[in-house]
Design a protein around this ligand. Structure first.
Ligand SMILES: Cc1ncc(COP(=O)(O)O)c(C=O)c1O
Length: 396
């Protein structure tokens, strides 16, 4: 039988990252491909005690249907935290979602008609790109520079295309580049959003993971016009398996998103929400995050030192101040997909740049490296091995 797929899904590429995960199941592979937290840092003991306690003592709530907006105490905790951090100013509504990924998709569904324009950074996060693709948006790319997306190119795009309704940015410790947008560009972005009347999705799952430099105010914190949809996540600061994220935005848009969420999954897993709430109130979440920052900072510095030592000089890398990724660029003529094939033969995996681009079928000389999951020993061995592969392909 020839299955006739919908227009929404027929053009979607299987995520190369998921494909790589299949290869990673092979024993002995050192992976810099994932985007996952260090599993040794999950607070397993605390979470297992809390889970047992919640089930025993509040099981009637934890195992029952919940409200679509989220478990009220957790929602309030998120709202208070975002307000304390200066991100929210009281006008926005906040809900809990099943991971930041769902937040992106709910916002897309609520705003985008087929053919509406979405501007994405290039490179960008495949989950965001696939959400826009599956909502039949027309996607325009703007390159990411050392201080964030190129606002001049963005302005040219806005002048050229009147269909642009949304701009998607991971302004802080971007996935995949690790780059953080400057304050000046954040202000410019808001100014352009007002002038050309578009909405900004500010996706900030990595913002708490700063290990160097100074905080830069979020775009949302400067938004007085309800133009920014702010997306956050518990995945990188607590556990991705709990599937918890949050969205803050203008109440009218939120109302639509809540209806979309009712259609998708009725509500976020109540047990997960209760476990997270008990964790953040009984344990010291800030101390936990401080520890993550310290470990990731150390691993990132180690990875950069190893790259500087073992990679050919013509392969450049970004220098992130937080988050989980750094991004490498070879001279233009080399295709990172080909490098990955060779690297996999030697037991090392990474994400080729094509996965992070709007046209994933083209050839790119870039690749993403994750430093949070591998151990320090694996980083040393893996980068040395990758250096040998790169030298064979691009020379010294
Ligand atoms: C930029 C970005 N946004 C959103 C997500 C989705 O995170 P969650 O696990 O909260 O769905 C990720 C996960 O890797 C991400 O990198």
């Amino acid at each position: 039988m020839q299955t006739k797929f919908s227009d929404k899904v027929k053009h979607l590429e299987a995520s190369a990252i998921r494909e790589i995960f299949k290869i990673l199941a092979k024993p002995g592979i050192i992976s810099f491909a994932g985007g996952a937290p260090d599993p040794t840092l999950f607070p397993k003991k605390e979470l297992s005690e809390i889970a047992a306690d919640v089930l025993l003592n509040q099981g009637e709530i934890a195992l029952q249907y919940g409200v679509t907006e989220g478990y009220a105490p957790l929602r309030q905790w998120v709202k208070d935290r975002l307000t304390r951090q200066g991100i929210l100013n009281g006008q926005d509504e906040t809900i809990i979602v099943s991971g930041g990924q769902q937040g992106i998709d709910l916002a897309s569904k609520s705003l985008l008609n087929p053919g509406d324009g979405v501007v994405c950074e290039e490179p960008s996060f495949i989950g965001g790109l696939n959400s826009f693709r599956s909502n039949n948006a027309e996607i325009y790319g703007v390159p990411v520079q050392e201080d964030g997306l190129d606002t001049d190119k963005l302005e040219n795009l806005l002048k050229e295309h009147s269909n642009i309704k949304v701009l998607y940015t991971i302004a802080t410790f971007q996935n995949p580049s690790g780059i953080t947008m400057s304050l000046q560009k954040r202000k410019k972005l808001l100014e352009l959003a007002e002038r050309y009347d578009f909405i900004i999705f500010e996706d900030n799952p990595y913002g708490d993971l700063r290990f160097a430099g100074e905080d830069v105010p979020t775009i949302k914190s400067m938004d007085h016009d309800g133009r920014v949809v702010y997306l956050g996540s518990f995945s990188k600061i607590l556990s991705p398996g709990l599937r918890l994220g949050f969205v803050s935005c203008d109440p009218a848009l939120m109302e639509r998103m809540i209806i979309c969420k009712q259609v998708q999954d009725v509500h976020t897993n109540v047990l997960s929400q209760m476990i997270a709430y008990e964790f953040v109130t009984r344990c010291d979440i800030d101390a936990h995050i401080a520890n993550l920052r310290q470990v990731y900072g150390k691993k990132c510095r180690l990875m950069m030192e190893c790259m500087d030592r073992y990679f050919p000089a013509c392969v450049k890398h970004t220098c992130p101040q937080g988050g989980l990724f750094l991004f490498c660029t070879m001279p233009k003529q080399y295709d990172s997909k080909k490098v990955m094939e060779k690297a996999l033969e030697k037991g090392v995996a990474f994400v080729p740049g094509a996965t992070t681009m709007i046209d994933a079928s083209a050839s790119y000389s870039t690749f993403r490296m994750n430093y949070s999951t591998a151990s320090e020993e694996e980083i040393k061995i893996g980068i040395q091995t990758l250096g040998e592969v790169l030298k064979e392909i691009v020379g010294e």
